[in-house]
Design a protein around this ligand. Structure first.
Ligand code: P5A
Length: 446
């Protein structure tokens, strides 16, 4: 992308309404625009990040054997009357009436609808296990939308639902989700800690929230700080081997880590004092096992191996896709702006032309631009007439992890400069070597 032809409405001033750094930076970097309280447009740069986050989610869901579909945002109220949640959900639910006076609602979650799909098409244990998911906009009429996309009213969620013949099989699915979520967040450059939590209106006793530690987080958390050092890394976990999956879950959940909703002072006191930490966290996901809470009232039954008709066992699993854009920034920024992890960056690198209009410099930039694209990378080429200082400030603000700087002085020596946004370190090398290096860096993130 050439910056001269792009739409990147960066702001010079810090917007007064934004209380936390991610919200400020998303506005300043031209990623989002508020349209109403808790409702945002995603401008081109923000939209690219959202798509990258979605892509990682889709890839990791596929790896775990989960199947994508797409349900609508509007749902008939009657489905929710069947489960009993239509009245129970309260004011957070946005209720709508159509021209025929039929009650609809803008879905805050999809347990009822997916159970309806299931009961229409599945009746035998032979079709199980089954996990279906989608990435779709949700609406919750939050009493206090704030912090930008972090607590929105309209927000993008990945929500998945598992269907299993009995409790044990459903708990295996729960564990599988835990591991696939750990991998998902790690690929986004995040450490998200699974913590015992409360289930709220979704239901069930088994639930974990995934929290990214941050001062600005809305949840109070209590944890053994050794949990922050756990990494899944590149280890190959066989999702079809429940014992192997469970072993990983035990590794990640045996140290104390709870939100304030389930915090237990006595158990916490057993954590060695040097490791006992109280802090704040951003909830970027939550998984639930709730058994037959929806399948029983809605009649989602399967015939098991013994020939009995039993209600299917279910769980649901959510990732806050739009919230993640904010959470990643909270976890990765400095005083100059955002620092995108390679996994979610909107462009792989920036190209800064220090002397726009100088034919040799322009030609070198064009060459780099083409060579990077030929390697499957997406550069953002600042080909504007801005002065160098302003170009650097914009690149730092929007946070691309790598920057290539091209100017007449370097070109005389046959080099361009490759700068790492995170460390600030620069290295001079030939244009070919820089393309090669960036190709290798991003190959490690595929
Ligand atoms: C699990 C999937 C559920 O709704 N039903 C389907 C279950 N869980 S949840 O915890 O309520 O939501 C899942 C994740 O969505 C994000 N989230 C939000 N993001 C932005 N603004 C909001 N108002 C908001 N509410 C929830 C969180 O990341 C949450 O973990």
């Amino acid at each position: 992308m050439r910056l001269s032809r792009y739409f990147l409405p960066v702001l010079k001033e810090t917007p007064a309404e934004a209380q936390i750094v991610s919200h400020r930076l998303m506005l300043r970097a031209g990623m989002i625009k508020q349209q109403a309280a808790g409702i945002y447009s995603w401008l081109p740069l923000g939209f690219r990040v959202l798509r990258r986050i979605e892509q990682i989610v889709h890839e990791e869901q596929a790896r775990a054997g989960h199947i994508a579909l797409l349900m609508p945002t509007l749902q008939p109220a009657d489905l929710w009357r069947e489960s009993g949640r239509y009245d129970a959900y309260g004011q957070e639910m946005l209720r709508v009436t159509d021209r025929h006076k039929r009650d609809l609602l803008y879905g805050p979650t999809n347990e009822e609808m997916i159970t309806d799909i299931f009961r229409s098409h599945v009746s035998s244990y032979r079709d199980l296990p089954l996990t279906l998911y989608h990435i779709q906009w949700k609406f919750r009429d939050e009493i206090r939308p704030r912090f930008g996309v972090m607590r929105g009213r309209e927000f993008l969620m990945k929500d998945g639902y598992n269907f299993d013949v009995d409790k044990q099989a459903a708990l295996d699915a729960y564990n599988r989700h835990m591991v696939s979520y750990l991998r998902t967040y790690e690929r986004m450059g995040l450490t998200a800690i699974p913590m015992r939590a409360a289930s709220g209106p979704i239901g069930g006793d088994n639930t974990h929230e995934f929290l990214v530690l941050a001062q600005t987080g809305e949840s109070e958390v209590f944890y053994d700080d050794r949990v922050t050092g756990l990494k899944l890394g590149n280890r190959a976990v066989d999702y079809y081997n429940p014992e192997a999956v469970k072993a990983v879950c035990e590794e990640f959940t045996s140290l104390y880590a709870r939100t304030d909703e389930t915090h237990d002072e006595a158990a916490f006191a057993e954590v060695p004092e040097a490791h006992r930490k109280v802090g704040r966290g951003i909830e970027v996901g939550q998984i639930f096992y709730f058994g037959t809470k929806y399948s029983e009232p809605m009649g989602a039954m399967v015939v098991n191996a013994e020939g009995e008709r039993v209600p299917v066992h279910m769980g649901s699993h959510g990732i806050g896709v739009s919230r993640l854009a904010g959470a990643i920034i909270e976890a990765s920024h400095d005083e100059r702006g955002i620092i995108w992890p390679e996994g979610v960056t909107p462009f792989h690198c920036g190209i800064v032309n220090l002397r726009q209009g100088d034919s040799a410099t322009d030609a070198a930039c064009e060459g780099l631009y083409a060579a990077l694209q030929a390697r499957g990378l997406e550069p953002l080429y600042d080909d504007t007439q801005e002065r160098a200082g302003a170009k650097f400030a914009t690149m730092d603000l929007i946070g691309l992890p790598w920057r290539l700087t091209v100017g007449p002085r370097g070109l005389q020596k046959g080099v361009v400069e490759l700068t790492c946004r995170r460390s600030g370190e620069s290295e001079e090398m030939s244009a070919e070597a820089a393309v090669e290096r960036l190709g290798e860096i991003y190959a490690a993130h595929r």
